[in-house]
Design a protein around this ligand. Structure first.
Ligand code: FES
Ligand code: FES
Length: 222
């Protein structure tokens, strides 16, 4: 997790800067760890101090801050999870909840690999803060099938049409297709193409995925 943290990038920048400096002033890993532990302790102390100001701030938060322990509904289950204020939903799903079907590609809202549904609407989970999804219904690729492991018709159609090649983009394509068929059960091929336009496929298997969507919808692939 720390590989994606601000502290990690600060550390990398500091290491590169200090590698040019005198040995005596070098930024050591031990010093870095000490700083991380120290800053965590400061945050804890602040929460303790300001958390006691009942009536001044919402219980469990500090001024200008957010609660870290939140409940989110993922695939029909309420999950209690400790999240950082700047944590994205993609990071929470993959690294806190173990839902690794959601992929991280660009991590900047460009590729669609991290697509999930929020209240049946597709979103790039790398660009959504976990704190913002409280009270909303999150569905990942692990949650689109039946209760006993049955595949969703879109998943089965992708298999039948041999849609994936490497498969990296497939979870995002599945979610976009499922969301489309929820709101438009009989889309035209053009409508399906538009719905999946945000899901990049480096293997170029776009037509194969569209064939799968049309098969799942039960309409001729024209
Ligand atoms: S990883 Fe989220 S859009 Fe690329
Ligand atoms: S199947 Fe490889 S990226 Fe789409």
């Amino acid at each position: 997790m720390w590989l994606y943290s601000r502290e990690y990038f600060d550390y990398k920048a500091a290491m590169s800067e200090h590698s040019r400096e005198d040995e005596a002033t070098r930024y050591s890993r031990r010093e870095f760890i000490k700083r991380v532990i120290a800053s965590g302790a400061v945050a804890s102390a602040a929460t303790y101090i300001y958390g006691g100001l009942a009536g001044c701030v919402k219980q469990g938060t500090v001024a200008g801050g957010v609660e870290r322990l939140v409940s989110i509904t993922v695939n029909g289950d309420v999950r209690r999870v400790d999240v950082l204020p700047q944590e994205t939903l993609a990071m929470t799903l993959r690294y806190k909840l173990g839902l690794t079907g959601t992929k991280l590609g660009c991590d900047r809202g460009e590729c669609g690999a991290c697509t999930v549904m929020l209240d049946d609407i597709t979103h790039n989970s790398c660009s959504v803060l976990t704190h913002s999804v409280r009270g909303r219904k999150v569905v990942t690729v692990e949650g689109v099938g039946g209760p006993n492991g049955e595949l969703h018709p879109v998943q089965q159609a992708f298999i039948d049409e041999l849609s994936p090649q490497c498969g990296f983009c497939t979870p995002g394509q599945v979610i976009s297709a499922v969301a489309l068929l929820k709101r438009n059960p009989k889309p035209t091929r053009a409508e399906a193409r538009a719905a999946l336009a945000g899901n990049l496929c480096r293997c170029g298997a776009y037509d194969n995925y569209l064939n799968g969507v049309m098969r799942a919808a039960g309409v001729s692939s024209t």
